[in-house]
Design a protein around this ligand. Structure first.
Ligand code: NAD
Length: 255
């Protein structure tokens, strides 16, 4: 696979470059709004405003984006204009931005994943199964990430919360942290976002009731877990017709 990368100097973009090279994929180009002074894993980082020209010149099989919500949406539109499949791992989109990504899926294959770790998909399925067995138990979700993460709660936490709503057939109120006199209401879901050090990413769903607790936890040991999943999904994506796809819906086809 021949891969173009946006955000190539960032934590995830640079990991995608390293992982792609380890897998013998080729790098068509990498861009960043803040180009690195030195090559990243041997790849020159080009200025992001050259993306349109680079796509036309190199025609990658797929453009992989880990930047930020507004730039990801802009790059999805540029990829659509260039007829290049677009895989996006950025989190924190609002509903208007999400709608633009879906619109781009009318002309090119677009795949969005809030978390490309396959273990996280297994965690989400396990949470759903647990809630179907013990729907009345209290639920608290805690996510922990490095101190540079911008959005909170994490995109993965939002996906898990949506699945909790679906599994319980109710939309319990989401309470983000608690402070002062704030007793727990029945059905509410506590959401806690911790930011510290260089932690790659952890998600824990705690279910408690009837004098017992069940804790389901996923820990990412390295960003290469996400990069591997993204590249596996890209291999799948380049074979698909135009459409808007979510990693959660196709992850089981990558096994
Ligand atoms: P980061 O800040 O380390 O990297 C982002 C990079 O994008 C930076 O180098 C920045 O300069 C660049 N950038 C910003 N605006 C740009 C623009 N307009 N054009 C080109 N480049 C631009 O952040 P990160 O930790 O790599 O995370 C990036 C995104 O990926 C976040 O939204 C994060 O939540 C998400 N993420 C997703 C997964 C997943 O599995 N889907 C995993 C980890 C992180």
């Amino acid at each position: 696979m021949n891969v173009g990368v946006t955000g190539g100097a960032g934590r995830m973009g640079s990991t995608v470059l390293a992982t792609a090279l380890e897998r013998d994929d080729s790098i068509a180009f990498a861009v960043d709004v803040d180009p690195a002074e030195r090559p990243v894993h041997g790849v020159e980082i080009e200025p992001a405003d050259q993306l349109t020209d680079l796509l036309a010149e190199h025609r990658p099989d797929v453009l992989i984006d880990f930047t930020g919500p507004s730039s990801s949406v802009e790059y999805a539109q540029i990829a659509a204009d260039a007829s290049v499949p677009f895989l996006v791992g950025t989190t924190g989109f609002d509903s208007d931005q999400e709608a633009i990504l879906r619109e781009c899926g009318e002309s090119i294959p677009v795949l969005r994943g809030a978390n490309f770790a396959r273990g996280v998909q297994a965690l989400i399925d396990a949470v759903q199964a647990a809630l179907e067995s013990i729907p009345e138990y209290d639920v608290e979700l805690t996510e922990t990430h490095h101190n540079g993460k911008l959005d909170a709660p994490s995109g993965t936490a939002k996906v898990i919360l949506d699945r909790i709503d679906d599994a319980r057939d109710t939309e319990g109120e989401r309470v983000h942290g608690r402070v002062g006199d704030q007793p727990r209401e029945r059905g509410e879901v506590g959401v806690h976002a911790r930011r510290a050090g260089d932690i790659t990413g952890e998600h824990e769903v705690l279910l408690a009731g009837n004098r017992e607790t069940l804790s389901l936890t996923h820990r990412a040991g390295s960003r290469s877990v996400f990069a591997e999943g993204a590249l596996d999904a890209a291999v799948w994506l380049v074979e698909q017709p135009a459409g808007f796809y979510r990693f959660a819906d196709i992850a089981d086809q990558l096994a």
